[in-house]
Design a protein around this ligand. Structure first.
Ligand code: PEP
Ligand code: MG
Length: 838
């Protein structure tokens, strides 16, 4: 069946036999893609058929190959066997003439299977798209096919563009060497995609005779571009030159955190002498744990006889994709809230993969041909996994695991299966291969460790396991899957060993070490509700950053001394209308109620910049991060701030509430709002206005801390923005993430200056940026004069424990010396020396 809308075309199999990607063809020229993109078949029949209707534009003199031009303009070379030109026509009978019009499936050439098979290097035959600059080939299947079955999807490159009009615009071309460590794997590819999406031009990457649109993650990864490979970039459209420059720079700038994110933590390999009762593997996340083995099984699909209703199946797939997208969105939001950048990058890449035209087109195409949505999706993923596995790059091969993650999630949504497992806490999970979303669930269920028969130490699962401190081993081999459910094992990830029959003493020893660690954590937890004092009796408030009453309840249960920062944006974003005064008051009240008798600092709305509200059109700005954001919104829309202030002045008891103003840059802003709060208090009959604090998150505020402290009741340092504005580095820039470090000596100087300025007016200083949650920074902040740390709720116990180990005088002495160091790395190194982490 063909779908020919003059742009798209499905080619049917010209031969019967197993299908191979070009990478597997034992011929360097075809395998490199130098002849063009396409596919290969190892034929079992003796006649080559037309894969589509078209005109024969060339027949090789020696009869072993011919070229067709399809009605949409795609030119397809059909080449029978390898090096068959040397047979000089012996054994081949061409059944058509040059210039003839042929129909789909028409026999084109017959050959003597035995004769040609014996005399040539290989019978593997090729179907190559020779005008790849205009069209793209996407395999539909990599299984064995029969003549006439759907094989390859041909799409016009104009069709793959978001904006088809750009094909007439100016063109810009350039070339560049890839700086990304390990080549163009998922995260750099996601960065390239994101960069390309910022322009209306259509951009392509070209390498080794193949091309891919920059908007397709899979396409980019499928080019198998290695580190230091030279690639060509072409852009066409109104902003082609700007797009080209942005892409060249993104390709030539390595992601700095690539080094630790992708680097395996151990070089333990499974190539070592066998040891009885031990499986050897590769350490993906360190640790030593013992416990019962729990086997996880993969999804099984029901059989599909085909002939399904395409409309119904398409709807089902659309719905499932929507559901998975919204699940991943939720995971992403959590990761963003907790500033878990690894998790954020991985799931953002999953979201991009889920929109990838290479996956969606192939799946919907199969549905058109009668496949069930489950099978169409499954097959489309399998084909792309195979493409990645065939690139010959270990790093790209591991990205196939991300595709399998999406396969499972979408299949579960289609089958109406919950994608939740029930695994006993303390178990060591064994599986063929786990995916990033499996890992998040398993970690939430309190498993002790993970082991996989396959997988790699640079996979996204490994990165996540390391982030969660969950010991994990990969590449243990298939005998892992033969082990009995529930048997006791020891997972020694540091040593790359899974001990299958540990002695009672060994188990006890491992369990003791585990218990010691847990006890330390539990001890921190039992002390979490007590005030935190340094060894010399200085009290440090350890409070929480929250964004909802739900998170406030969590913080309270974890022992928070209060809320140090309620980000109120949560009430305003992702909705079509503004919350009214009553809704806001109820939301703030709920946070106060969740915190018992503790105090709550409510920050006024910090939108603008990159956080836009659908119902609040603000002028388009050239530099939104330097525009109308934070308290500056009061300048543009005073009524919004007024309404919020009225709502929060009505919470009860008001004495437990403090107001915090974001992005203040000068004293007048504070005076203006303070005056307005005073007026509202009079209007509402309030005799005592709540305390008003100022966020120190731009250098101007830190430099003027003394002047601000004269009129503010307290100062709270937002190290996230203070880093961004001091270092002139976008806090969300993937390529700069490792350098936006708030322990930079310049930041420490601004913090010291803020504390000194506040001390002149006897005001206290807190830190509510992410630096407060970093235990390495605790002694530095205390030493510089900070007395309140607002941290993520899960870290309350740990940070309080850290405070209790410190002596303020020593912190003061050592931290002032850090200001003289030359870099954030030097500061971190010195902190490890002075105040080692336990
Ligand atoms: C900060 O900038 O450090 C801060 C706490 O505010 P936000 O992260 O909400 O911008
Ligand atoms: Mg901020």
């Amino acid at each position: 069946m063909q779908n020919n809308n003059n742009k798209e075309l499905t080619l049917s199999a010209p031969l019967s036999g197993p299908v191979l990607t070009l990478g597997k063809v034992p011929d360097a020229v075809f395998a490199s893609g130098a002849m063009g993109d396409g596919i290969a078949i190892d034929p079992l029949n003796d006649t080559l058929h037309a894969p589509c209707a078209g005109v024969v534009i060339h027949v090789a003199r020696t009869g072993h190959a011919l070229t067709l031009r399809a009605d949409n303009g795609a030119e397809i070379l059909l080449h029978l066997g390898l090096d068959t030109v040397e047979l000089q026509g012996d054994g081949f009978t061409v059944l058509v003439k040059e210039g003839a019009r042929v129909s789909n499936g028409q026999p084109l050439l017959r050959y003597d299977l035995d004769k040609v098979g014996q005399q040539c290097k290989s019978l593997i035959s090729l179907l190559i798209l020779t005008n790849g600059e205009r069209f793209q080939a996407r395999p539909i299947t990599l299984k064995t096919v029969k003549v006439g079955e759907p094989l390859l999807h041909i799409v016009s490159r104009e069709n793959t563009s978001v904006n088809a009009d750009v094909s007439d615009g100016p063109e810009a071309k350039g070339q560049v060497r890839i700086a990304h460590r390990g080549g163009l794997h998922a995260r750099p590819a996601a960065l390239i995609r994101q960069t390309a999406q910022g322009f209306s031009s259509q951009s392509q990457l070209h390498f080794a005779g193949k091309s891919a649109p920059c908007t397709s993650l899979i396409g980019l990864m499928g080019l198998a571009i290695g580190e230091q490979d030279e690639v060509q970039v072409s852009c066409q459209g109104p902003d082609a030159e700007a797009a080209l420059q942005a892409l060249l720079s993104a390709l030539a700038t390595a992601l700095p955190d690539d080094h630790h994110a992708d680097a395996p933590v151990s070089v333990a390999t499974n190539k070592r002498p066998a040891e009885a009762g031990v499986l050897h593997g590769v350490c993906a996340a360190p640790g030593l744990v013992g416990g019962p083995l729990f086997r996880l099984h993969a999804i099984k699909l029901p059989s599909d006889a085909g002939g399904n209703d395409p409309v119904q199946q398409k709807q089902a797939l659309d719905l499932a994709l929507k559901q998975v997208r919204s699940d991943i969105d939720a995971t992403l939001n959590q990761a963003q809230k907790h500033r878990n950048t690894d998790e954020e990058a991985i799931f953002a890449a999953h979201l991009a993969l889920l929109e990838d035209p290479a996956l969606l087109d192939a799946a919907f195409q199969s549905i058109e041909q009668g496949s069930a949505a489950t099978h169409a999706w499954s097959q489309s993923i399998d084909v792309q996994c195979e493409v990645l596995l065939n690139t010959g790059s270990a790093l790209l091969a591991e990205r196939a695991n991300d595709l399998r993650d999406l396969k499972q999630r979408v299949l579960r949504a289609l089958l109406g299966e919950a994608w939740h497992y029930q695994v006993p806490a303390g178990a060591i999970v064994a599986a063929h291969e786990l995916t990033p979303s499996d890992l998040l669930q398993l970690s939430a269920q309190g498993v002790a460790g993970l082991c996989m028969a396959e997988g790699g130490a640079t996979s996204h699962v490994a990165i996540l396991a390391r982030g969660k401190g969950l010991p994990c081993m990969v590449a243990l081999g298939s005998s892992l899957l033969d082990q009995a459910q529930g048997q006791s094992v020891v997972l020694d990830a540091d040593g790359g060993r899974l001990e299958l029959a540990p002695s009672a003493e060994r188990l006890a020893e491992v369990q003791q070490a585990q218990i010691d660690r847990q006890q330390r954590r539990a001890a921190q937890q039992t002390q979490a509700h007590l005030p935190a004092e340094t060894r010399n009796g200085v009290h440090i408030e350890v409070v929480a950053n929250v964004a909802s009453s739900h998170e406030a309840a969590d913080a309270f249960a974890n022992g928070a001394d209060g809320v140090g920062l309620l980000r109120t944006e949560f009430l305003f974003v992702d909705r079509q209308t503004a919350p009214d005064e009553n809704e806001q008051r109820a939301a703030y009240q709920a946070v106060l109620d969740a915190m018992g008798d503790k105090s709550v600092i409510i920050r006024t709305i910090d939108v603008g910049g990159d956080k836009q509200l659908d119902y609040l059109p603000l002028p388009v700005e050239a530099n939104p991060v330097l525009g109308l954001r934070g308290i500056r919104l009061a300048q543009a829309r005073p009524e919004i701030l007024d309404q919020q202030l009225r709502a929060l002045l009505q919470v009860s008891p008001l004495q437990r509430c403090r107001i915090l103003l974001p992005m203040v840059t000068e004293v007048d802003e504070l005076l203006h709002i303070r005056q307005r709060v005073d007026q509202l208090c009079v209007e509402l009959g309030i005799s005592q206005r709540p305390e008003i604090g100022v966020m120190i998150e731009v250098p101007a505020a830190a430099l003027q801390a003394e002047q601000l402290a004269e009129h503010a009741d307290f100062l709270s340092i937002g190290t996230n923005d203070l880093s961004q504005y001091t270092l002139a580095m976008d806090r969300d820039h993937a390529g700069l993430a490792a350098r936006v470090d708030a322990l930079h000596p310049a930041l420490l100087r601004l913090i010291a200056m803020t504390c000194a300025g506040a001390a002149v007016h006897k005001r206290w200083v807190g830190v509510c940026g992410a630096l407060a949650s970093d235990p390495l920074a605790t002694p530095v902040l205390i030493g510089l004069g900070v007395s309140e740390l607002s941290v993520s709720p899960v870290q309350i116990g740990e940070i309080k424990d850290r405070v209790r180990q410190l002596h303020q005088a020593e912190c003061q002495r050592l931290s002032h010396d850090l200001l003289k160091l030359s870099s954030a790395a030097a500061v971190r190194h010195a902190c490890h020396q002075h105040w080692p982490l336990r």
